[in-house]
Structure formats: structure tokens, C-alpha cells
Write a protein that binds this ligand. Structure first.
Ligand code: TLP
Length: 342
């Protein structure tokens, strides 16, 4: 099977397994796990933030971040295609009482700044208070588009004018940095907080980091605990995370090259509709003819051909490249795709 469903399917490397087996451990809820502390320090250093917090998942990282920025009845402005809005069960609303105000995501993952500006609430007892703007980088549902520093600075400038904070769901921030040829710190500088995942393109088995100011992370630590995310000998996870940050970021450009090659090949097929130029990182969305076979049927046929992708709409599927996928796999997969889509 060539598994292109997600970069979440990546398996830990041998170096990660070795590091996990020999990790020095302690009770991290008591602040005594040296491996977790080392990972949090490295994450803070790489992102240029004062502090960082290890949490079990990207979903919890975003939820903790929103809970830390916003109180009940307060509002977050975010894109209508944002993972936080689309794929996180509405957790910030159901758990945190945080009101989501969506604005359209443009195809490049940005939200038009004038629309964001017009969505900021006036001080009026009819309205919730706007507290936060959330951006996503890379933007999963917008072709994995990376948001450049200039856009993030513009969002931050607008937020500052209105005394709002900015959170970045940077689940794939290392992909964004690699695609834009900038540092993760360059992307993190404009925002107040960011989350990023170890368990996607970086191939670690578990874990995400929330990064921000020291006082923000202190409160985030309390919020992690109330959600049941305080972990004891979590150095087992952190050990793999350290390997991920030290060894697995430089190779992401390979995934991007493979994704572009896949997109180019797919775009030549009669039933597949996509613009390969939009593929700048490791995510490829393919639209199918609405009158032809559904995405579910197409996914099933591709599985029979030995290629797994994920349906993302009635007539759309997604393919994601990652550490487990070689250039040869892409060529093989394209032959299978051609049998189903040409
Ligand atoms: N995304 C998953 C699915 O949930 C769709 C995937 O396969 O792409 N932010 C972004 C931008 C994400 O893409 C994801 C996961 C998360 C947050 C949540 O991370 P986890 O799965 O660790 O909770």
C-alpha cells in the first residue's frame, strides 16, 4: 500500500525508537522530566518564543491556546476552512464557550484583511467581545498553502490596533518554513502564540507544542491539566520529539518535491482537476467531476489499486506526501491513479 491519506501515518524512525528507549524520565506534572524540559526549551528556541508546552495532540494544542486567550462568551475570528473550525468538533465552543466568527479563507489560506477588520466587534452589549484572530500555517484545506511573514505581520498589525491576540495553528509550520525558505522564528515572530505538531511531517509518534510568552504558557499548563493532558513520564514522547526537531526538518523539501510531481502527473488525467502551481508543500487536493464517480467510490477503487487517499468532500480527495513515501512510490502511485482517473 502507498499510503497518502495523511502525514500523520508516518512511523517513528529508528533513531526515535532508540531515543525513546533510553530517555531519561521523571514526573512531568511535577516538572521533573528532563527530556520534556529539553524538548520544550528547544521548541521555544526554534520558534523564538519565551516558553513552550508539550501536549498530546494538535487538537489539544489549539484548544488549550484558545482557552488561554479567550474567556467564555468571547470571540475568535478564524477562517471558514480552518482546522480549528472544521475538524476539531467545535471544541473551543463546547468546552470553552468561545464563539467562532468565521470569515472566508481565500484559496491561498489567507483571510482578506478588510474582511477581518470588518468582523472585529464594536464595544456594544449586543455583541460578544472579539479577543483573538487565528490563522493556520500551512493551511491544510487550502492546498497546504504557506502563509508568508508579510501576511502574518499584516494580521498582527491589525490585531494590535484593536488590542487582539493572534494564534497560529502551525501544525505544519516546518513545511511552511521550508517552502518559503524562511526560519520558523520568522513565521512565529508576528504571532502571540503558535502550536505545531511533531507527529505529522516530522514523523514523531505523538505530540504537539504550544509556544508563547512565559505567562501565557504558565496558564496554558493549567489548561492542559484541566483537560486531562498532564502527562507523567512524558519524556518517552519528548525523546522522539527531540529527534524530530533535530533530524527531520531538513528533509521536508523532499515531500514538497514529491507532492508537486504527484500534482503535475494528476493534472494531466481526464477526471482529475487541480492546479499543480497551488501545491507548494506536501498536500494535494484533487477535484472530481460532480457527475462522475463520487470521491468515496474513487477512494475505494484507488485502494484496490494499492493507493490510499482520503475523501475530503463528495467529489474531492486529498493526497499527502511524507517520510514514508519515496519518489518511486509517487511514480507507482501515478500509474494506479491513471487506471482510475485517466
Ligand atoms: N489534521 C489531520 C486531520 O485532522 C484532518 C490531517 O490528516 O491533516 N491543525 C491542522 C492544520 C491539522 O491538519 C491537524 C490534523 C491538526 C491541527 C490536529 O492535529 P491532531 O491530529 O494531532 O489532533
Amino acid at each position: 500500500m502507498i499510503d497518502l491519506r495523511s502525514d500523520t501515518v508516518t512511523q517513528p524512525t529508528e533513531a526515535m525508537r532508540r531515543a525513546m528507549a533510553s530517555a531519561e524520565l521523571g514526573d512531568d506534572v511535577l516538572g521533573e522530566d528532563p527530556t520534556v524540559s529539553a524538548l520544550e526549551a528547544l521548541a521555544a528556541e526554534i520558534t523564538g518564543k519565551e516558553a513552550a508546552l508539550l501536549v498530546p495532540s494538535g487538537t489539544m494544542a489549539n484548544l488549550i491556546s484558545l482557552l488561554t486567550h479567550c474567556g467564555r462568551g468571547e470571540e475568535v475570528i478564524l477562517g471558514d476552512q480552518a482546522h480549528i473550525f472544521f475538524y476539531e468538533q467545535g471544541g473551543s465552543a463546547s468546552v470553552g464557550g468561545i464563539h467562532p466568527r468565521t470569515v472566508p479563507n481565500q484559496t491561498d489560506g489567507t483571510m482578506a484583511l478588510n474582511v477581518v477588520r470588518d468582523s472585529i466587534r464594536a464595544d456594544d452589549p449586543h455583541f460578544p467581545r472579539t479577543r483573538l484572530i487565528a490563522v493556520e500555517n500551512t493551511h491544510n484545506r487550502c492546498s497546504g498553502s504557506p502563509l508568508p511573514p508579510s501576511y502574518l505581520q499584516a494580521v498582527a498589525g491589525l490585531a494590535a490596533e484593536h488590542d487582539l491576540a493572534v494564534h497560529m495553528d502551525g501544525a505544519r509550520i516546518f513545511n511552511a518554513a521550508a517552502a518559503l525558505n524562511v526560519s520558523v522564528a520568522d513565521l512565529a515572530r508576528p504571532v502571540d502564540s503558535l502550536s505545531f505538531c511533531l507527529s505529522k511531517g516530522l514523523s514523531a509518534p505523538i505530540g504537539s507544542l504550544v509556544c508563547g510568552r512565559r505567562d501565557f504558557i504558565q496558564q496554558a499548563r493549567r489548561n492542559r491539566k484541566v483537560l486531562g493532558g498532564g502527562m507523567r513520564q512524558a519524556g518517552i514522547i519528548a525523546a522522539a520529539g527531540l529527534v524530530a526537531l533535530r533530524e527531520m526538518t531538513d528533509r521536508l523539501v523532499d515531500d514538497h518535491r514529491n507532492a508537486r510531481r504527484l500534482a503535475e502527473g494528476l493534472s494531466a488525467m481526464r477526471r482529475a482537476h487541480l492546479d499543480p502551481a497551488r501545491v507548494q508543500t506536501n498536500i494535494v487536493y484533487v477535484d472530481l467531476d460532480p457527475e462522475g464517480a463520487s470521491a468515496a467510490e474513487t477512494v475505494a477503487r484507488l485502494t484496490d489499486e494499492g493507493v490510499q487517499v482520503g475523501a475530503t468532500g463528495a467529489h474531492q480527495f486529498r493526497a499527502v506526501t511524507h517520510y514514508g513515501i519515496t519518489g518511486d512510490d509517487i511514480e507507482k502511485a501515478l500509474k494506479s491513479f491513471a487506471r482510475v482517473l485517466a
